[in-house]
Design a protein around this ligand. Structure first.
Ligand SMILES: [Zn+2]
Length: 251
């Protein structure tokens, strides 16, 4: 059995201070490939650094929380030429924090989606409180944008709208919480060939695990919770979600 953590910030503390043991523990839990998205412009070099480890891949992009940073399309295209790049991310829209200008967020998102479509790269999308706008932006690309809406914890109707746009959904820590009703409803009905697994460590906790303690090894727990939500076995979940990640990101 092999598992992939399709979204993990190995460049953030506390993991970044002891990467080797974190990766060893992941491998023992059958998580042998990890995708590390970037965040702000400074993180682009940190992300490149962690790809020196076996099984670690990366994505470059500008997160909506730092949409005020000067994103140059040429700079983005240049870093995408580096080794072990599998996506553009994480990028998206976040309207939960009012200080971020919505127009600027959309402009930055579109620039990056343009590059993704042109280069045939998948995207890793972050979205909070902006689902209608994100779906509108995606629809304007007529199905040409491929990739994953990460940290999906919402209900089946919203899941279906993203699936209809050709995207897959990243399930993470939320599925381990018995109280995450909408997430469980989605986990039951979303076609398994549209699901990938992720921890988003160290940003999202698991049932009984604080966010700061989450590591890629916890993909195993997420896979177990997904298996029990879907009333299937781990082998099925592992095989299909790993195959999905390989296809989407060309691993
Ligand atoms: Zn993230």
């Amino acid at each position: 059995m092999r598992l992939v953590d399709t979204h993990c910030h190995l460049t953030f503390g506390p993991m970044s201070d002891h990467l080797r043991p974190v990766l060893d523990r992941a491998r023992k839990a059958n998580v042998d490939r990890i995708i590390v998205p970037s965040y702000d412009l400074d993180s682009w070099n940190q992300v490149e650094h962690v790809t020196e480890f076996e099984g670690v891949f990366c994505a470059y992009g500008l997160h909506p929380w730092v949409a005020d940073q000067p994103l140059s399309r040429a700079d983005l295209e240049r870093v995408l030429e580096r080794d072990k790049v599998v996506a553009i991310g994480e990028i998206g829209l976040d309207y939960k924090i009012p200080k971020y200008d919505r127009r600027r967020q959309k402009e930055v998102l579109r620039t990056q989606l343009d590059v993704a479509v042109e280069k045939g790269l998948p995207v890793i999308l972050h979205c909070r409180g902006a689902f209608d706008d994100l779906l509108d932006v995606l629809a304007s690309y007529n199905g040409d944008v491929k990739g994953v809406l990460h940290a999906f914890s919402r209900g089946p109707q919203l899941a279906q709208r993203f699936i209809d746009q050709g995207l897959s959904l990243g399930f993470g820590g939320a599925i381990t919480r018995p109280g995450a009703i909408r997430c469980h409803e989605s986990a039951k009905v979303v076609p398994l060939d549209r699901i990938v697994l992720e921890t988003d460590a160290p940003s999202i906790g698991l049932d009984g695990v604080e966010p700061a303690d989450v590591e890629p090894k916890h993909v195993l727990d997420i896979a177990e919770s997904l298996a029990s939500a879907r009333d299937t076995d781990m082998v099925d979940i592992a095989q299909t979600t790993t195959c999905n990640a390989e296809k989407i990101f060309g691993l």
